[in-house]
Every structure is written in C-alpha cells, then in structure tokens.
Design a protein around this ligand. Structure first.
Ligand SMILES: NC(=O)c1ccc[n+]([C@@H]2O[C@H](COP(=O)([O-])OP(=O)(O)OC[C@H]3O[C@@H](n4cnc5c(N)ncnc54)[C@H](O)[C@@H]3O)[C@@H](O)[C@H]2O)c1
Length: 340
C-alpha cells in the first residue's frame, strides 16, 4: 500500500513539538512537503525528511499530490488554508481555534463535505489521559449528574512558546482574532462540552487585556456558563499566570467531586459523599514545557485509513468556538448571550 502523503503548513512550535514528530512516528505516513511564509523554516524540515519546501500554501497545493495537510498557521489563516486544501481534494487537520468566525467554520465544514474529505480539529485536551479517565468515570454514573464546575487554563503567555516569541502573531488581532480566549479558552469550552456530553446554553463574561503591552487581543477572561442540563460553571483563560500555571477542572456532582489536574501526581481524584476516595495516576496533562504525544495526529491518520469520521469533527470545533465568540459578545454588550 502506498503511504499517506502529508504536508505541514506553518512550521512553528506546534508543528515542531507535535505534528511533525507524531507524523514521522507513523509508518503509514510520508512527510512530503513543508510550508512556511519564512521559507527557511520549511527548508529545515524538508532537509530533515527528504521533502520539498514552499513559502506559499497555494503553490504547495498546486504542485504536490497530497493526501492530507496539517494547518498550523496563525488562526486567521485556518479557514482559507483549510478550504483551499479541501477544494484540492486533500484531508485536513486544522489546529484550534478552527476559525475566527462561525461563518468561516461553516464554510470549512461545507468545503470538506462537498469534496468528501476529512476535516478534523486539533482539540487535543479530549485525548489527554486525565480527561479520558474523567470521561470514563462520568460515564460510569458513580458521581451522578454534574451540578457545577470550574475549568481553567492559564500560563505566562505565548511569548515563551511561539517561534517568534514576543513578536508573535499571537498578540495581533489581525492574525489571531482572539488572545488567551482563542489560545486557551477554546480548549476548555471544548473540554467541558465533551466531558459533560452537554451543550452550552448561555454565556456571560468579562474579557479584557489586563497586563500585556503592545497588543490588541485579550490576555484574561472569566466566563460563566449555563449548560442545557442546567449545570452552571466558570471557564477561565489567562496569559498572565506568571506564577501558578493552571490547567485544571473540578466537577461537583450529585454524589461527590472530581478533581482533574489539581494534584501533581494524582491527576484525577474522586471524592464521594459516602467517604470513598479514589486517586488515579494516569499521566500528566501536557503543558508547553512538558510535551507528550497529543494523540490527535494518530486519530486523524486512523480516520483516513479506516475511512471513518474523525473523532473531533468540524461541527464539534464550531460549537466549541461559538462558546468563545459568545463570551466576546457578552463582554461587548454587557449581557448574557444565549446559544441556539
Ligand atoms: N492544540 C494545541 O494545544 C495548540 C498549542 C499551541 C498552538 N496551537 C495552534 O497552532 C497554530 C500555530 O501556533 P504555533 O504555536 O505553532 O505558532 P508559532 O508562532 O510558533 O508558528 C506559526 C508559524 O506559522 C507561520 N506562518 C505565518 N503565516 C504563514 C503563511 N501565510 N503560510 C505558512 N506559514 C505561515 C509562521 O512563520 C510561523 O512559523 C495556532 O492556531 C495555535 O492556536 C495549538
């Protein structure tokens, strides 16, 4: 069987730490091309993998016979690149947030449907071992219904992560559309929807730029969510946790509480009202400094090989994005936003 020919578009940090090494580890995949507007970044990987380098994704799509691409560019390019790839008949794995508006996300879903290609979104939080364990426990029914929750993601900001450091696109609205909310908040809106198997019904929020300089995007947000089930919780995203990084979720349920990512060794802790305490060591939640295999690339390749829909679809990415967009609307209008 011939190998799956993959190109990576955008050769920055997420490509370096996850997409490229994870594709390279899959025997059925051949990395055939790399693209970055800074050609030397694409050339470095092309040299390493015996592949070709491009500075234009249009040229890459016109010249290469590809099966799939990873879209790892700044957020504002996700939709145009993903749609161009789908129209070239190429399967698409796109990083989060999948797009900058609902219209863009819907156009991506439609382009994938029309061209009969896979569209998968890189919402890797769902695949992290503590979250997989938490989902399994919730599904077992031992905790009963989730009544309230908090979910947070905060770190010191993308200057310590992006390949361009302090000069990164992450700080420019034209490229990023959103700051901490698009970077971190959307991870948690996706996580909470998936964990609770529920949709967000209403959003209220404060979103602002509290401390970062020379930027037109948000660095902090605190949102209040009401789920369709009636459960109420908070979602926090921050780029100013200069000390005390947080990537944790706590769910208070009818029969007890589940704490995820609150303890360094026991990543999931379940304390029941009957006095029972269960602690699980299942491997840490990946952080910028502690990278583990995301599982996203394996899942994408598996979806192509087995010709089954991807586990994290465009529709899922759209709903998680809509929660974040609603928070911006809530902030701008000073009112509660209802999601249909
Ligand atoms: N799933 C996760 O946990 C996770 C983590 C970090 C970033 N991301 C997402 O991955 C995407 C990329 O982020 P990153 O951290 O790698 O950023 P980065 O700044 O490290 O890299 C972005 C790269 O894109 C390149 N680029 C810019 N314009 C381009 C164009 N027109 N064509 C080709 N390449 C272009 C830049 O030169 C740079 O090399 C973002 O959407 C981000 O939200 C996801």
């Amino acid at each position: 069987m011939s190998k799956i020919k993959v190109a990576v578009i955008g050769c920055g940090s997420i490509s370096k730490h996850r997409h490229i090494p994870e594709y390279a580890a899959i025997p059925e995949v051949e990395l055939v091309a790399f693209c970055d507007i800074r050609l030397e970044r694409a050339q470095a990987y092309a040299g390493q993998y015996g592949a070709r380098a491009y500075s234009s994704y249009e040229e890459l799509l016109a010249k290469e016979q590809l099966d799939a691409v990873s879209v790892c560019t700044p957020n504002a390019l996700h939709a145009p690149v993903a749609i161009a790839a789908a129209n070239a008949g190429v399967h698409v794995l796109v990083e989060k947030p999948m797009a900058t508006t609902s219209d863009e996300a819907e156009a991506m879903i439609e382009a994938a449907r029309r061209n009969n290609v896979v569209l998968m979104i890189g919402h890797n939080q769902r695949l992290m071992p503590p979250h997989v364990k938490a989902k399994e426990i919730l599904q077992s029914g031992v905790l009963g219904k989730v009544l309230s929750f908090r979910t947070s993601f905060g770190h010191p900001g993308p200057e310590g992560w992006s390949i361009d450091g302090r000069d990164s696109w992450f700080f420019r609205k034209a490229d990023a559309a959103m700051g901490a909310m698009g970077d971190l908040g959307v991870h948690k809106s996706d996580l909470i929807r998936w964990l609770l198997a529920d949709e967000v019904a209403q959003v209220s929020a404060f979103v602002g730029t509290v401390d970062k300089k020379d930027t037109d995007v948000d660095d902090n947000a605190i949102c209040v969510l009401r789920m369709r089930s009636g459960a109420i919780g908070s979602l926090v995203a921050s780029w100013t946790y200069y000390k005390g990084e947080d990537n944790s979720t706590v769910l208070w349920c009818e029969n007890g509480v589940m704490k995820i990512g609150t303890h360094p060794e026991d990543q999931v802790i379940v304390e029941l009202t009957n006095g029972t305490v269960e602690r699980y060591k299942v491997g840490a939640i990946a952080t910028n400094t502690e990278q583990t295999s995301s599982g996203v690339i394996d899942a994408f390749v598996s979806s192509m090989l087995t010709q089954t829909p991807p586990s994290i679809s465009g529709e899922e990415g759209l709903r998680s994005l809509q929660v974040i967009l609603a928070a911006f609307e809530a902030q701008a209008e000073g009112r509660v936003i209802s999601l249909s």
